[in-house]
Design a protein around this ligand. Structure first.
Ligand code: GUN
Length: 295
């Protein structure tokens, strides 16, 4: 039997997708099928897996999707030209460019080019600004939005909570902190962001009632860094070499799960925690983009 303190991301993601089925049916009854384009550049192995999962979920829900795979050597101008076409394609309500991009392409330029109305990733400066301002008309990045939803549905109290976010990336850490410190329902937390320049990360972690690990360091969070009873969310996906594993490597999170699970109040498994929620939030953003376009 699974330990009682696990937060089941797969089950919660399924529940959210179940809620989307009716909204998609209503759109279809009004003559609109939600549509999402994926753009993948190069052969990053993890990106292939992630985009594959997103495509599969679209198909299950009846969201139209198309995937454009461009070679590793694609220029920034070529990718911009593709986005110009996708931006005006009326079948598409969302356009997602999978990160990471090869070094000759500036991601900031790319993410500023996707029309904000189709930016279901929430990476466009307009949507980032709206998140900071607490303006609900924007799109929130899928991974932090999924973590918030996971915490809310697991009945973790956010208002007044001491939250520590490990990592300051634009995809998870920074938007996560911005979301949880808003003066609004399901937020209103006291948030600390720790990063590679933080002096005593352990001391910060030990104060946290909710600890969100998103810095991309394999099994960084150990039992002695966690306050007993804390809620621990593991966002990390790190490939580590292991001669005993199939293919010579395996995936681990940013949390030493075996050590931390016994003392955590609640903890996300990894896999099966945050990952499925990212996809559910992408589907939700796409359905919402279609609803707004259909008005
Ligand atoms: N790479 C890792 N996470 C994400 C995400 O949420 N969106 C995109 N586009 N790329 C990613």
């Amino acid at each position: 039997m699974a330990p009682a303190n696990l937060i089941d991301g797969r089950a919660i993601a399924r529940q959210i997708q179940g809620e989307l089925v009716q909204r998609i049916a209503a759109l279809k009854a009004a003559g609109v099928q939600p549509g999402l384009a994926f753009v993948r550049v190069g052969e990053d192995a993890a990106s292939k897996v992630y985009v594959g999962r997103k495509e599969k979920t679209c198909a299950e829900l009846g969201i139209f999707s198309e995937t454009h795979v461009l070679p590793e050597a694609t220029s920034e101008a070529e990718l911009l030209a593709m986005l110009a076409r996708l931006n005006v394609d009326a079948r598409l309500h969302g356009v997602l460019v999978q990160a990471p991009l090869p070094p000759q392409i500036r991601s900031a330029v790319i993410y500023a080019t996707v029309r904000p109305e189709k930016d279901v990733d929430g990476f466009h400066p307009v949507n980032v600004g709206k998140l900071m301002l607490g303006d609900p008309t924007g799109f929130h990045p899928c991974t932090p939005a999924g973590i918030r939803e996971l915490l809310v549905r697991a009945e973790v109290k956010l208002s007044g909570a001491e939250v520590v976010v490990l990592g300051r990336g634009n995809i998870v850490g920074k938007p996560m902190a911005a979301m949880l410190c808003q003066k609004e329902r399901h937020a209103n937390a006291t948030v600390t962001i720790c990063h590679s320049g933080t002096r005593d990360i352990r001391a910060h972690c030990r104060r946290a009632e909710i600890l969100i690990a998103a810095m991309g360091v394999a099994e960084f969070v150990k039992a002695d860094m966690v306050k007993p009873g804390a809620v621990v969310v593991d966002v990390g996906v790190n490939r580590v070499s292991d001669a005993a594993a199939k293919g010579g490597s395996r995936l681990v999170g940013d949390v030493d799960f075996a050590g931390v699970q016994p003392i955590a109040g609640k903890i996300t498994p990894n896999p099966g925690g945050v990952g499925p929620m990212t996809i559910a939030m992408l589907m939700q953003n796409t359905v919402r983009a279609a609803e707004i376009a259909a008005r």
